[in-house]
Design a protein around this ligand. Structure first.
Ligand SMILES: [Zn+2]
Length: 485
């Protein structure tokens, strides 16, 4: 679907999201092609934001390509565009991104700048940042409606609005602690009820591609993982546990057999995946699913848990500095961490006497933050008597978005998959840094489950979605300076 090429000179330039081809004369550009799509330079078409084009204060307003630092006509320095490269680096479909890189933003949310994003209607949403350039997408798990955020004329969120991009042929009945989308390249994968979908994105439309019935896939059993240029989704296929995977549109959906993936292994729902540099792990009630991708092949294996240990599937694993995930669970009425390891590795287990929640690179218990719960180094935050902290997002090694929740006796139902008592917990959204004082970001969410608070970083802003209230809080992430290097 290559657009017709204009009969004018062309300049190939590096854009913030990949190669751009500008047609016309500098100062009188006519068209641009980005990611194979024609982008209009007419401000009335409202597509300029896709290029993060630069503007000038001189007599030559542009738009100028992102790659230009100075006006080519008079030498005036050009202004960096709003929300430039590096602003869209992370998405949290169902809080599942444990172990994923933190947003590279240097910004910190300012409580005084909190606003609310309009919502696309009454819905139960999950969010994905995907495509080239990255779009903010909201997916309604009940109706299958996919909405894209259309940026405003003067910024990503100033005057923007939602528009419906597509209705996907999938609803998702997986529990929220299980659901996750996997974004890479020009689209994203999600686990639909009838099997996984790949959603191919462009600025103007979304094309869903479902796994063919010939693959024998009957339903998704857990969230999608992105690993080494592939999307992986555990599925029930031919009465066994299998892994559906997507590499490219040419290959479509394919299936990898799972060692030991018998009917019993396929009779459970898995938690959203945890992914480190080379491997993906899914935690089920009765066992773990492991996958490693390399070259052309995918190695995957299912192993039952040992000795009656049972995971708390709603609690994200803790990622150790050496890259090993540790899943909290119960053994003989006490808490114990089980290491998630490739097949053949020596099993490791650690008992621990308190409940711990995690966002991957940090763990929290009551008001305490640790790198690993069994390490002596920790920070004790100041807080009110019966509050407990639940981490929502790691900005970097020392800065976290947390929910300060009370009462403390609601903790178990709030964090675990089976708890979900529905009892309302009051959650104040806070910023936790290196000092013991928390910064109140002035948003309070009442909900019964940590899985109904969804953080997303996009376009230089932090968003926190309150699923029960169907509200979306937004804070600009104040940058230390232009980030267009
Ligand atoms: Zn100029």
């Amino acid at each position: 679907m290559t657009p017709p090429l204009p009969q004018t000179p062309a300049w190939d330039l590096d854009g913030p999201y990949g190669p751009e081809r500008w047609f016309g004369q500098p100062g009188q550009y006519e068209q641009v092609i980005l990611a194979g799509e024609l982008v209009s330079l007419d401000p009335a078409d409202g597509e300029l934001h896709l290029l993060r084009a630069r503007a000038a204060n001189c007599a030559h307003p542009g738009p100028w390509p992102f790659a230009f630092r100075f006006c080519p006509k008079c030498g005036t320095a050009l202004q960096p565009p709003a929300g430039a490269r590096g602003a869209e680096t992370w998405s949290s479909p169902g809080n599942a991104a444990s172990g994923q890189p933190a947003p590279a933003s240097t910004g910190t949310p300012d409580p005084l700048q909190r606003t609310e994003l309009p919502m696309p209607g009454p819905s139960r949403l999950d969010f994905v940042v995907a495509g080239t350039p990255p779009h903010l997408l909201a997916f309604d798990q009940t109706t299958g409606r996919l909405h894209a955020w259309r940026e405003g004329p003067s910024g990503v969120f100033e005057g923007g609005r939602w528009r419906e991009l597509a209705t996907l042929p999938a609803s998702v009945n997986l529990p929220r602690w299980s659901w996750a989308a996997a974004a890479f390249g020009a689209g994203f994968a999600l686990p639909g009820d009838g099997g996984p979908l790949w959603v191919s994105l462009s600025a103007k439309s979304a094309v869903p591609i479902a796994a063919k019935p010939a693959l024998g896939v009957r339903r998704s059993l857990g969230g999608a993982a992105a690993l080494e240029g592939r999307a992986l989704v555990p599925v029930l296929a031919d009465d066994a546990l299998s892994l559906a995977f997507w590499t490219s549109s040419e290959g479509g959906w394919r299936r990898a057999p799972v060692a030991n993936g018998d009917a019993a292994a396929a009779s459970q729902v898995f938690s959203a995946p945890s992914v480190n540099a080379r491997e993906a792990f899914w935690v089920g009630e009765h066992g773990q699913l492991f996958a490693r991708a390399g070259g052309e092949g995918i190695a995957c294996e299912y192993r039952p848990w040992r000795d009656g240990w049972r995971p708390m599937r709603g609690v994200r694993p803790v990622l150790s500095p050496n890259g090993v995930f540790h899943q909290l669970g119960r053994l003989d009425g006490r808490q114990a961490f089980e290491a998630l390891l490739p097949p053949g590795a020596t099993p490791q287990r650690r008992e621990f006497d308190r409940y711990v929640t995690s966002c991957g690179s940090a763990a929290f218990s009551r008001m305490t933050r640790f790198r690993e719960p069994w390490e002596p180094k920790r920070i004790e935050y100041r807080g009110e008597g019966d509050a407990f902290l639940v981490p929502l997002l790691a900005f970097d090694a020392d800065r976290f978005l947390v929910a300060s929740c009370s009462p403390r006796n609601a903790l178990l139902g709030f964090i675990d998959a089976d708890g979900a008592s529905g009892a309302a917990v009051e959650c104040r959204i806070m910023f936790a840094g290196a000092s013991v004082a928390l910064t109140d970001l002035r948003a309070t969410i009442r909900t019964g489950s940590a899985w109904e608070i969804v953080p997303v970083v996009h376009g230089g802003s932090l968003l926190v979605y309150d699923l029960r209230g169907n509200r979306c809080h937004r804070w600009p992430l104040a940058a230390a300076g232009p980030r267009d290097a």
